[in-house]
Design a protein around this ligand. Structure first.
Ligand code: ADP
Ligand code: MG
Length: 454
């Protein structure tokens, strides 16, 4: 595989570059989506990562898919590349040598590579994400800075990283001279801590203060990390002062991130804050259709029956990543077995995924349904009144909450107007007893259970 990569790289970046930079690398292997290379020096590792990282990632993905990151470490046998690095070549002098600082030079590199698949043309736009998409597009036009920062937030797998990479790709393509830096808040922190440790704060500051566009992904990660926040704040201000674009993402809105200094919070809110809403059925179906077209090139023979995509869009609502995974598995399964993708095969192949995404019932839903069934008001279900008319439905709802959700007794109690967990326990017990003797109540509960579990 390394051989195939060499050939395509040589073609893309030219023979000279190839000889100078890529030839000296050793390919260590691929694990968990991270491909590791040995480089003769820090400098070579840095240079390759910065200049050819994208291209390498791209070609590696074309060959084996699923490569998400490149790591460069310094080869132990820099002067002796012919010698294989096996533990047996460790000499006693080496053992007694001073412990080396981390040889993973990628940690010193400022940015993370961009995923070649995350582009605007592969991003499906629907109601839940149209605003975020439009804002991202606007920023990617690169004109005068209007929204600064652009703050994208939303749950896991809704496309935040995809949009950020798409902006970066677009800007790089339009203005190759722009210094676009993308990294996660975690990487920012890691690099900051490392710079402190290695007494390289000047380098750190100058790198981060000299970018044209800074993108920090998953910024909720810096909550509670005070010195990192401080440094982030200074970086942020320095860039805004120079009128440089900043793009931030988080899994929640700025005012919901805990343990964040107020001045940072208000800085994060000072531009445009847009959220990606949970996907709806139409968007999920659209994404599936797009992904099917993309998979076509890899699996030209796979046939998908009508109704399968609709079924998946209906059933898997958790997050887009799960949806994609399901589709990938279907394609692989179908091409290996030569079977058409129809409903039976879908159920067979995705049993675990479908089970995991079974509709989750919330305590609130249970309360609403039960209140409706017994003809009382929701406020009385939660409120303090203890007459039988309200107490019994309340106990039924507690019982169902215990049986149908994974909430603990105290959590359930809290949702019933702050009741104690012993009250909940008592309610659940009481209904358990009653069901055995009261046929009418047993029927009611069975009916409610079915209605709730859909
Ligand atoms: P987040 O960063 O919000 O957790 P990602 O950007 O990593 O989510 O998206 C998860 C996966 O779902 C990625 O493979 C991404 O390409 C895909 N995805 C999410 N939203 C869309 C969309 N609207 N169109 C196409 N693919 C999407
Ligand atoms: Mg992400």
């Amino acid at each position: 595989q390394w051989g195939a990569l060499r050939a395509s790289l040589c073609e893309t970046i030219g023979e000279n570059n190839y000889k100078a930079w890529i030839e000296p690398l050793e390919f260590d292997g691929l694990e968990d989506g991270v491909a590791t290379f040995g480089a003769p020096t820090n400098f070579v590792g840095n240079y390759v990562s910065q200049n050819f990282g994208d291209v390498m990632l791209y070609h590696m993905n074309a060959i084996s898919g699923n490569v998400r990151r490149l790591n460069f470490r310094v080869s132990r046998h820099a002067n002796d590349p012919g010698e294989p690095t096996t533990p047996s070549t460790f000499s006693p002098t080496r053992k007694s040598a001073m412990p080396q600082p981390s040889t993973d030079t990628s940690d010193l590199l400022p940015g993370a590579p961009l995923d070649p698949r995350f582009r605007f043309d592969s991003f499906v736009v629907g109601k839940p994400n149209e605003l975020a998409h439009a804002a991202a597009r606007r920023v990617a036009e690169g004109g005068p800075v209007t929204f600064n920062p652009l703050f994208l937030h939303g749950g896991v797998g809704l496309g935040k990283t995809h949009l950020m990479h798409a902006i970066a790709w677009e800007l790089k393509q339009k203005s190759p001279e722009l210094n676009v830096l993308y990294l996660s808040a975690e990487q920012f922190m890691y690099r900051f801590v490392q710079a402190l440790r290695d007494r390289r704060m000047m380098d750190f500051k100058s790198i981060f203060r000299s970018v044209d566009v800074l993108m920090v992904d998953d910024v909720q990660f810096i909550s509670g990390k005070d010195s990192t926040q401080e440094e982030f704040f200074h970086t942020f201000n320095a860039l805004v002062d120079q009128n440089k674009q900043i793009i931030i993402s988080a899994d929640r809105a700025p005012d919901e991130i805990k343990d964040l200094e107020n001045r940072i919070r208000s800085r994060l809110q000072s531009g445009l804050v847009v959220d990606l809403h949970p996907t709806d059925y139409e968007l999920r179906l659209g994404i599936l259709q797009t992904k099917v077209e993309q998979q076509r090139s890899h699996y030209p023979d796979v046939q998908i029956e009508d109704g399968v995509l609709e079924f998946l869009a209906h059933r898997i609502s958790s997050n887009v990543r799960v949806l994609e995974g399901a589709l990938t598995r279907l394609f692989a399964f179908s091409s290996l077995t030569g079977r058409r993708v129809e409903m039976d095969l879908t159920h067979e192949c995705l049993t675990d995924v479908l089970r995991a995404s079974e509709r989750k019932v919330s305590v609130e839903e249970i309360q609403r349904k039960v209140a409706e069934h017994f003809n009382i008001r929701l406020s009385d279900m939660i409120g303090p009144r203890r007459t039988r008319t309200f107490a019994r439905p309340r106990q039924v709802a507690m019982y169902l909450a215990k049986k149908l959700t994974s909430r603990s007794l105290p959590e359930i109690g809290r949702r019933f107007g702050g009741r104690d967990h012993t009250t909940v326990m008592h309610g659940v017990k009481r209904i358990d007893e009653l069901i055995r003797t009261d046929g009418q109540l047993a029927d009611d509960i069975e009916m409610l259970r079915r209605a709730l579990e859909g």
